[in-house]
Design a protein. Structure first.
Length: 626
């Protein structure tokens, strides 16, 4: 048959010349539909899908990496009154080439649910659908999240538009208005995005996991697949690649480049991604920086699967011995992480820690036993009531991004390194950008007060800090009166300031590790036991809140008869009173006397309560030191 050959969604289509224009214009006429119904076959070059079939299996003619269930369109349960329209709607979505096959599968599911509701309520044509009926349908979906509701509305809106263009012109202005995005919808979606952001992996869990996996990976006596899975998870943790991307990495992907005038070698890995690329099977090649640990994991995979690759004639980096499908699927890699975590659960510390790590993924081991989802070898040491907690794949990306941002790395570098789409950066890291802006503002305002002498800081290393500031000003040959902004900018770069709980942390460099950044970091920061921590009178509200919280904790432990806990909490409270509250109250009194109550309250409204109740509060906290 003569016609025009087109590749759409990685499928070869042969359109007759008569219908080509209508396809290119988004199918605004039903002539092509009549042709397809007449020949009862989709115009696919290789493979046969009949229009009258209730199941269209695109898996045989499209990219094999698309999961079969998401490339198989099932119309079996669609009422005959809507079946033809739903089929052509799905076909048009494929031809539009805006969404991938698996995305259209999801869209189709929403439409099938909607028309099922209509036929259940004896409505058999879109011409007879009222705004009230649409509203009732969405009332039945009120339990769903805002983004899911928005997805349904967008799909149904598209379906009405398709029907009006290709079947019968209908008056659906009010329905369209109801289904369209409103300001309230936008606010709900924004709120949901904020609340649904993936949490990072807790430091202690992450460190235990990577330490254990590193040992397994380096152990030449360990099973090959245990070493291979460990190496894959380590690369995942160091690069933040998506599961699908890391499974597709080919051999010989690791490359190097000389940096710093040829004195150092930096390593990077090439990989393929489909993110931001239109169509099934299309991709772009991008790079990711490799740490020393990631390189070690790469070389391990290269070595341990050398014989396996020759045997099966594969060019992939990861070819586990027991894998049924190569490349392994995204879900298979997640299951492998669960398996390795079960086998080495004691070392990782991932068993029965749901309360300790609530934001990780938790699975009941009894359920895994019933499903036969995991080898019995991995389950033999557990009870059905036990739970295993593992990171979700995306949490490795969140962890890496937060590490970058927390060390002062530019958000634009993070976007490039992580191969983020613009929307993902906007939605996924908006809070971090705001935090960095606030941190910069805080740093400059605090430094300005110190340089001008407007306010004093307290803390163990106060004199050292002020000496460093004065030395910088002297060496820079700048004048505080005329060059204040330049001095502040230079000082905040030289001595970055970070807000801490009840104080200010001044470190020696923007991405240098703090000397206290180890397992006791929380203790140092929480109770000021650090030479890098300084505080001032305008932070008294934070430290007073700690004080009142400890009072409640002490009373609770007294009531329960926990004497040791009472002693421990009392010591913490006395430390806060002596090192923070008393100095802050006394400095507040000096500032108030010097500048007046009203100016201090206007500039630092959080201290108003302490000014108004100064004598009572001072007497109360001072009593703990007697």
């Amino acid at each position: 048959m003569n016609g025009t050959l087109k590749e759409i969604n990685n499928i070869q289509w042969l359109f007759s010349d008569e219908y080509d224009d209508s396809v290119l214009k988004g199918v605004t006429t039903n002539r092509i539909f009549n042709h397809i119904k007449r020949i009862d076959k989709l115009p696919i070059v290789s493979g046969e899908i009949y229009f009258s079939d209730d199941v269209w299996d695109f898996n045989s003619v499209t990219l094999k990496r698309v999961p079969k269930r998401k490339s198989t369109y099932d119309f079996t349960k669609v009422d005959d009154a809507f079946k033809e329209q739903v089929k052509f709607f799905a076909l048009t979505k494929v031809w539009e080439d805006k969404d991938k096959i698996q995305t259209i599968y999801k869209t189709l599911g929403n439409i099938k649910d909607f028309v099922k509701y209509l036929s259940t309520n004896d409505i058999y044509s879109l011409e007879y659908v009222s705004l009230q009926s649409v509203k009732k349908y969405f009332d039945s979906k009120s339990h769903l999240a805002p983004n899911t509701i928005r997805s349904y509305k967008n799909c149904i809106n598209d379906f009405f538009q398709f029907y009006s263009n290709n079947y019968h012109k209908i008056d659906w202005i009010e329905i369209n208005k109801y289904l369209s995005l409103t300001k309230r919808d936008s606010q709900e979606l924004k709120a949901q995005r904020e609340s649904n952001k993936w949490d990072t992996i807790p430091d202690d869990y992450f460190n235990n996991l990577i330490s254990c996996l590193s040992n397994i990976m380096d152990n030449e006596n360990a099973p090959i697949d245990d070493r291979g899975i460990s190496a894959m998870v380590i690369i995942l943790s160091q690069t933040g690649l998506r599961n699908g991307e890391i499974c597709d990495i080919p051999l010989n992907s690791l490359e190097s480049v000389k940096i710093l005038n040829g004195t150092k070698t930096a390593y990077y890995m090439r990989y393929k991604t489909t993110k931001g690329v239109k169509g099934n099977g299309n991709f772009k090649e991008v790079n990711t920086i490799m740490t020393d640990l990631a390189c070690r994991a790469y070389y391990t995979l290269e070595k341990i699967y050398e014989d396996r690759r020759k045997e099966i004639k594969s060019g992939l980096l990861f070819v586990p011995l027991k894998a049924r499908t190569l490349p392994v699927t995204e879900n298979a890699l997640s299951r492998m992480l669960v398996n390795i975590s079960l086998k080495y659960g004691a070392e990782i510390g991932c068993i029965n820690v749901k309360d300790k790590y609530p934001k990780l993924s938790h699975q009941n081991i009894g359920v895994l036993m019933k499903r036969n989802a995991v080898s019995k070898e991995y389950l033999k040491n557990y009870k059905p009531t036990d739970t295993i907690s593992t990171p979700r794949p995306h949490q490795f990306r969140v962890k890496l991004c937060n590490e970058f941002i927390n060390q002062g790395v530019s958000i634009f570098y993070v976007q490039r390194h992580m191969n983020h789409l613009t929307k993902e950066i906007t939605y996924g890291y908006y809070r971090q950008e705001q935090d960095l802006a606030k941190e910069k503002e805080l740093a400059e305002s605090v430094m300005k007060m110190l340089v001008t002498g407007e306010s004093q800081v307290m803390g163990e290393g106060r004199d050292t800090l002020m000496l460093r500031i004065n030395e910088y000003i002297e060496k820079s040959n700048l004048n505080v009166a005329t060059d204040l902004d330049e001095i502040i900018s230079g000082l905040t770069k030289k001595m970055p300031i970070r807000a801490k709980n009840g104080g200010i942390c001044i470190k020696s460099g923007p991405i240098r590790e703090c000397s206290k950044s180890d397992g006791t970091d929380n203790l140092y920061c929480a109770y000021g036991m650090c030479t890098n921590l300084f505080h001032s009178f305008f932070m008294i509200d934070i430290n007073y809140e700690k004080y009142t919280t400890l009072l409640k904790t002490i009373k609770y432990n007294q009531d329960k008869g926990f004497k040791k806990a009472v002693e421990k909490e009392t010591n913490k409270l006395k430390y806060i009173v002596e090192k923070f509250l008393i100095p802050e109250l006394e400095e507040l009194a000096k500032e108030t006397k010097l500048k007046g109550e009203l100016p201090i309250k206007e500039k630092f409204p959080q201290v108003s309560f302490f000014i108004d109740n100064y004598e009572t509060i001072y007497k109360e906290v001072k009593a703990w030191l007697n």
